[in-house]
Ligand binder design. Structure first.
Ligand code: CP
Length: 310
């Protein structure tokens, strides 16, 4: 990295907005923060005196807890509101809710929202730093970055790898961030899934669309099945989970056509027996829990960088 490099992002809205040096800098910063989580006293004063508010309008286990843990490990004061406890249930608009949160002068707002573009909308209206924790089917940047970190950790590089993303590409913000991120970093991304769940425009993001799962997985270094996002489908787009599993589920047989040292990833939550079999989810090739561990380091890095850390 050039000594003249400067991370100049106040908001983290998507990987689309980040350059290759930005992504490399975030990954390097996260790698240096990861060690803190292994200490017996897991706390550093990096965000002491800073206020972090998490605003989640959709359910979350990993992302919400991970941001909360990351902020606390850096000594920030953390507060959270969710859809059911916010005044949006009384008719307040998202912009008014955000303006009211801003009036209490937090330093960072982390938001998950069911509408694509909600984080951009917020970032254009308030002066507080906004980190997108997943907006509709648009992007999930911290997940994309933790996926990049996990692959780099296991493979020593990202450039030139074959990454196979399988399943519900249409509704997956993770798929969008991953396709953008892995392509930017020089990996070759292949996608496969039911035709009803592969958007026509996905090739514009840099992915090669495969007709069969075998084509996508053959000689892959990384295999990432995605959850079927039933909550985002107005009409069912697959006949049944059983049928989906028989055509697109990752099992031992499919895994054998990937490289012998291929890793299996999943953003979670996983549906065992649907997008991957339990033996694959728990196999030595699975790095799913490692992704979760790296999520804390990535979120520490993001919060540190948006408030002006070097
Ligand atoms: N990966 C992910 O976004 O998980 P959660 O929905 O549990 O946050």
């Amino acid at each position: 990295m050039s000594s003249e490099y400067l991370f100049a992002h106040k908001h983290i809205l998507g990987l689309d907005h980040l350059s290759v040096p930005d992504i490399e800098h975030i990954l390097n910063t996260a790698e240096s923060f990861k060690e803190i989580s292994g200490r017996s006293i897991k706390k550093v004063p990096v965000l002491r005196g800073k206020t972090v508010v998490t605003v989640f309008f959709e359910p979350s286990t990993r992302t919400r807890l991970s941001f909360d843990i990351a902020a606390k490990r850096m000594s920030a004061d953390t507060f959270s509101i969710s859809a059911s406890t916010s005044s949006t249930t009384k008719g307040e608009t998202l912009a008014d809710t955000a303006k009211n949160i801003e009036a209490m002068m937090p330093d960072i707002i982390i938001m998950r929202h069911p509408s694509s573009g909600a984080s951009n909308y917020l970032a254009n209206r308030i002066s507080t730093s906004v980190i997108n924790a997943g907006d509709g089917t648009h992007e999930h940047p911290s997940q994309g970055l933790l996926d990049l970190m996990t692959v780099k950790e296991h493979k020593g590089k990202i450039k030139g790898l074959k990454v196979a993303i399988i399943g519900d590409i249409s509704h997956s913000r993770v798929a969008h961030s991953d396709i953008i991120g892995f392509s930017k970093m020089g990996a070759n991304v292949f996608v496969s899934g039911p035709a009803t769940l592969i958007p026509k425009k996905i090739a514009h993001l840099g992915a090669t669309v495969c007709r069969t799962i075998e084509e996508a997985v053959k000689n892959a270094d990384v295999i990432m099945p995605l959850r079927i996002q039933k909550e985002r489908q107005n009409d069912p787009l697959i006949p049944s989970f059983r049928e989906y599993a028989s055509f697109f589920g990752i099992n031992r047989q499919i895994l054998q056509i990937a490289k012998p040292d291929a890793i299996v990833m999943h953003p979670g939550p996983i549906n065992r027996g649907v997008e991957l079999t339990p033996d694959v989810a728990d196999s030595f090739q699975s790095v799913i829990l490692g992704q979760v561990t790296n999520g804390v380091a990535i979120r520490m890095a993001l919060m540190y960088l948006v408030i002006g850390g070097a």
